[in-house]
Design a protein around this ligand. Structure first.
Ligand code: F6R
Ligand code: ZN
Length: 166
């Protein structure tokens, strides 16, 4: 995760100071085949690396044309999404909100709350797979930072735009 954060020096210091757990995922694993639904909960703890809130690593699904359903049951946050062409969207997460991540969109959840865990329930097809490498290389186009006590969505200066044709 260190290199996903804008301020990787602060991230390095945080790791040296005890390497806090940023998030947890608990899921009912199911056979990795079409027709199955993997379901679980994702818990992003509150905290920041510099100005940037704790967040998940984020991924595309290996079967790109796979949607995923999320429902927020606790906390405040944002779902940062992006297509392989670099289109982006950021949606608020708050208790009771159901969020559909459409096929083809990478997704990352960000906890913008001061003290509560951000808890979401998710479900996705068993054959989806996870592609972490693409986000690892290019990052997300948008990041969420604290500005004077409120979250703000800003350009990620470290984002590498996807190359045309992949
Ligand atoms: C599964 C999914 C969630 C995430 C979880 C952690 O497809 O989107 O269960 O896996 O929120 O995020 P990542 O997997 O990006 O570390
Ligand atoms: Zn997913």
């Amino acid at each position: 995760m260190r290199d996903q954060f804008l301020d990787s020096q602060v991230a390095t210091n945080l790791i040296a100071l005890g390497d806090p757990v940023l998030y947890e995922v608990h899921e009912m694993s199911r056979p990795e085949v079409a027709g199955e639904l993997v379901q679980g909960i994702s818990i992003v703890h509150p905290g920041r690396v510099g100005a940037e809130y704790f967040m998940t690593k984020g991924h595309f699904h290996t079967v790109l044309a796979t949607g995923e359903l999320y429902m927020c049951i606790q906390g405040q946050g944002m779902m940062v999404m992006e297509t392989p062409d670099g289109d982006w969207a950021v949606e608020a997460l708050r208790p009771g909100r159901v969020l559909y991540v459409p096929p083809g969109w990478a997704h990352r959840s960000v906890n913008t709350g001061a003290s509560l865990d951000l808890v979401t329930v998710f479900a996705y097809p068993g054959n989806a797979g996870h592609d972490y490498g693409t986000i690892d290389r290019q990052g997300f186009r948008k990041i969420v930072v604290d500005r004077g006590g409120a979250p703000e969505v800003v350009d990620n200066p470290r984002w590498s735009a996807p190359k045309p044709g992949g």
